[in-house]
Ligand binder design. Structure first.
Ligand code: NDP
Length: 397
């Protein structure tokens, strides 16, 4: 049915390549390109069956991307490299007339501040070119945004309170490791907290607000209010929201390590001089931390991510909880990666499928909650991430 170019051969790229290869009726031709071609080759070899072609590309370099895209001529580019490459890949897509999908919003390398304004600024260009850009199609952002759209479509007349809850109750056996790219992860979780309330953003100190929340099949876990990118588009697309927050669980060990890393300056993004060389502390830290892609082998336990929503239906107040639990060991057995890569790569694959089937195809730049959630969630159930609903329960928040 369609031809896709995946850019980025990390943990998420590994899952996307595996999943797409297992659905030949939709993904008839697949190319995986990344900065280090040997990583693409290793993934392609593991999948086997000559399903995946590979290529080397520096996605910071627009002419290189244009050459690759013009040679391969895909119907869609799936960007699972890093957020720094979003704009160069979007530029190359515009230049070559190809649609685009990603899982994380743009962040300039020199400033730890992600927001959608850079990518939303491409709206007119994609519209005029008749191309689709699908933004944030991982789990969070991604499935959490689609869960919210599904709740709005089927269960509520007005959404009032949204709490996205993200629990990783897995244990990888290492004293400290991040579950996806350490540089992006540490930049995200060390930011000030931020949430939406009564039409304005409220700021908190990092990890200032926290409380134990009960997660299905897991139990209580201390959960911390942090800022997360889907809040920005959700409050815009669901303007009846009076409050929108995001909670993530962290263990004490993780937080202690993080505090030390920050206190000694290892989370810094400004270059420091070392033996005549410029070194960026967080980039060096990434080089010595465990590779998130290698955590899978000994990872045990589950992730549980969902949306807890309160609002109005037929004039009455209603509560609703929609979530997925994913088991690290099951994810590893299927794709050789842990659940955090898995829960990101599967939705990216399904988003690409929605585009190729013509179900999520319209000119312009869109966050995933702007498309029909139903066919996506049907596929999510079939492709390894079944979801569950609870009605009129205590949301704890
Ligand atoms: P990894 O660091 O494991 O992989 C990133 C890959 O991108 C690496 O293979 C890297 O190449 C490649 N890459 C980096 N820079 C370039 C470049 N300039 N040109 C070509 N390739 C490049 O990250 P993850 O797989 O964990 O994450 C991938 C993306 O998914 C990130 O944007 C992350 O923010 C996002 N994500 C989204 C989530 C969601 O739920 N929405 C959750 C988790 C992640 P090399 O190997 O050579 O360094």
């Amino acid at each position: 049915m369609g031809k896709v170019l995946i850019i980025g051969a990390g943990g998420v790229g590994t899952v996307v390549a595996h999943k797409m290869a297992s659905i030949p009726e939709v993904f008839s031709e697949i190319m995986l390109a990344s900065r280090t071609k040997s990583k693409c080759d290793a993934i392609a070899e593991k999948i086997g069956g000559n399903r995946i072609q590979t290529a080397q590309v520096d996605a910071d370099n627009v002419p290189e991307l244009i050459e690759l895209i013009n040679n391969y001529k895909p119907d869609l580019v799936v960007n699972v490299a890093l957020p720094y490459q979003d704009l160069t890949i979007m530029d190359a897509c515009l230049e070559t007339g190809v649609s685009y999908l990603d899982t994380a919003n743009y962040e300039p390398k020199e400033e730890a501040k992600f927001e959608y304004k850079w990518q939303w600024a491409y709206q007119e260009k994609f519209k005029e070119a008749g191309l689709t850009a699908i933004l944030g199609c991982g789990f969070d952002p991604g499935v959490t945004s689609i869960f919210t759209a599904y709740a709005a479509k089927h269960h509520f007349d007005e959404l009032h309170y949204l709490d996205i809850v993200d629990c990783n109750a897995g244990d990888h056996g290492k004293p400290f490791a991040t579950n996806f790219n350490p540089e992006i992860n540490i930049r995200e979780v060390t930011q000030k907290g931020k949430y939406w309330e009564n039409g304005a953003w409220k700021l908190t100190e990092p990890h200032e607000i926290h409380k134990p929340l009960n997660y299905p099949e897991i139990g209580p876990k201390e959960s911390y209010l942090i800022y997360h990118e889907e809040l920005e588009s959700l409050v815009k697309n669901f303007p009846t929201l009076k409050r929108a927050r995001f909670w993530m669980t962290f263990g004490q060990e993780y937080l202690t390590h993080l505090r030390v890393i920050q206190n000694i300056g290892m989370a810094g993004i400004e270059p420091v001089q070392f033996k005549g060389m410029d070194i960026i502390p967080i980039e060096f830290l990434k080089a010595v931390l465990p590779n998130p892609g290698d955590l899978g082998e000994n990872y045990k336990g589950q992730t549980s991510i969902g949306c807890r929503i309160k609002g109005l239906k037929d004039g009455k107040e209603k509560t609703y909880y929609i979530y997925n639990n994913c088991d690290h060991e099951d994810a590893y057995k299927e794709t050789g990666t842990q659940a955090v890569s898995y829960t990101t790569g599967v939705p990216a694959t399904i988003g690409a499928m929605m585009f190729l089937k013509g179900l999520w195809k319209k000119p312009g730049v869109f966050n995933v909650e702007e498309f029909n959630p139903d066919p996506f969630l049907e596929e999510l159930n079939q492709r390894g991430l079944p979801w569950h609903e609870l009605h009129d329960v205590d949301l704890e928040l």
